[in-house]
Design a protein around this ligand. Sequence first.
Ligand code: KIV
Ligand code: ZN
Length: 517
Amino acid sequence: MTKSDKVLIFDTTLRDGEQSPGASLNMQEKLQAARQLAELGVDVIEAGFPVSSPGDFEAVRRIAKEVKGPEICGLSRAVKGDIDACWNAVKPAKKPRIHTFIATSDLHIERKLKMTRSQVLERAVEAVRYAKKFTNNVEFSAEDAVRSDFGYLCQVVEAVIDAGATTVNIPDTVGYAIPLEYGDMIRRLIQRVPNVHKAVISVHCHNDLGLAVANSLAAVAAGARQVECTVNGIGERAGNASLEELVMALKTRRDLFGIGTGIRTQEIAKASRLVSKLTGMVVQPNKAIVGTNAFAHSSGIHQDGVIKYRTTYEIMNPEDVGIEESTLLLTARSGRNGVNNRLKHLGYHISAKALEKLFEEFKALADKKKYVFDDDLIALVEEEGRSQTETYSLVYLNTSSGTGVVPTATIRVQKKDEVLQEAACGDGPVDAAYRAIDKITGVKPKLLDYTLRSVSSGKDAQGEVLVKVEHGGMIVSGKGTSTDIIEASAKAYLNALNKIAASSSRPSKAGTVKERI
Ligand code: KIV
Ligand code: ZN
């Protein structure tokens, strides 16, 4: 196997991660995420599945053109049309990669592909040979490898390496493997395939049994030198192996693995926040590495221990993943410079004009709250960013509710030069507000999910609402923040409706339903 002095991090947040329901990103969002992945130092960005839709093709092409540092990869089935589209999208990159795949388990071969083992083998070899005409950097994945006949899988791996694959991926597509078994499988495969030294062996684990990271680590211990993962572990169904968990496990237990990654771990928290913000997928508080409680000690004994000597209860330094103590620096008396410096410190560089606008918002917030925490400031910048691209923005909200009162809401919304107003009754003030918004926009999506959380601490904390709605087969998320939770709810709903409005104003992609793997 090609020797590597580090485990290569292949990030598929923008391909497998984006396949999470409701997580779809637009071009600007993908570019923003890809730039942060480059800051993080991932080795490969799988930027999308170019043949699946014109939007995906364009996003991969723009990332290939504009994002410097990592290899830029696109996914393609083992068919010429997919490989052509993939190459056309990734070719502007300095280091392009074509990733082609076909399933190798009998279940998939017979039931899904309606082919035979020998036809699949032939197709895999043809696809790799065809991709090699464009670039030397070709990855092959044996989809559902874990449930494939081991002898046949080894035969396919040997054949695709002979055809020129430089990376061969052995995915646990359905998250079925157990660490001991998966590690053993990778070890045996490396021993058995005679030309394995000519390629990097990669792993790609799904989290259906909650074992994606454990399985990937077992594979690294067995000799795999590329892991495929996503920020926050997002992805199809229960998700993919989480990048931050893998990287920090390899770093923290280097004594055991004897190998690390090239990741700039201090960028992890920022990447996690960005992916959560863009996809609307909230990170659970107890999530390892990036959850808000990951470094919080609540029991007295633990607090006492950490104060006396940090490592008594902390195996990692929060600063190593870019998490700092939230500092209560800003109040109503803070000036523009103080706000701008704090923003820069948090990684937000905004124009003088944007700062003026944001500073007004900050003052209004600081009048309502005693302290403006880092998280409040981040919520403000994000809210401001959202409002700039929106078709509808909230200008007025009045609700009345209470025991024995019929909940009602009056809403006024700005749509370009028009101000539209409607009132409605509902089951509660949020429902009434949503009904009034439905009347204004003429869109009546189905509310699939509603989450409310506090952005920072204290009774005066801002509320952040996340919604997921479905309209015409499309699932989108929306986010809104305010010290008033009904207002936050209305903003979140409008944010989702704005995404629906934006997508319906894009040119139609008739007949090109976005393919999901
Ligand atoms: O899970 C899987 O098998 C995949 C392949 C396309 C690599 O995502
Ligand atoms: Zn996958």
